[in-house]
Design a protein around this ligand. Sequence first.
Ligand code: DC
Length: 232
Amino acid sequence: MTPRARGLVIAIDGPAGVGKSTVGKLVAGRVGYSFVSTGKMYRALAWKALELGLDLEDDSALVGLAGTLAWEFPRGEGPEAGVSLDGRLLGSELTDERVGKASSGIARFAGVRQFMSGMQRRAGLAGGVVMEGRDIGTNVFPDAELKIYLDASPEARAVRRAEQLRAQGLEADYAQILDFIVKRDAQDSGRKNNPLTKAPDAHYLDSTSVPREKVVDAIVELFKAAAGGSAE
Ligand code: DC
């Protein structure tokens, strides 16, 4: 295999709310890589489609829209690449619950997925990147040098999410959050096109009762081994 110019591709997949972004950013910071959240790309398209009142069930209209937008992924202060559409850097727009739900819906479609996968491959091809999503190790980078499947029980993910919201001074209904997580899992794992599933060669890490720092340490160790001991 030809080495990539900037290092390895580290693929992190797993269900909603498992901490892929937090863990991925910390890993990227430790190893000096950039971090890309592919969910943000689906969310950005969903946000724009909602803004324009587009039919969210029309795959070709969504692909058409995606193709007219100027997509950029600028690096800020930290390792994370942001998502900017037509020069507008997106932030809180993407965390809106409506946008999250719509993004999971549009991510079912073959055309949308093909567009996103192509863009994600171009973004990560040179390596030196931690990329998180649902199908990075199975579809976007089946040849990633390191693949992680991060998992946790729906209950543990709901507890963490409720704690996050309360820490921000927001209301959190545990039962409602759990219901949302279970439905999102079913949609992401049950779809026909590139469903969420563990790649056969991915390392399975269950973080249900493991602190985040330990998960990060474990991935950095796997990175060192994959990089041939050349390391951090
Ligand atoms: O990780 P997230 O919650 O920001 O992702 C939003 C939605 O996008 C998620 O419900 C499923 C979809 N998604 C996907 O299908 N494939 C990816 N690689 C990333 C996200």
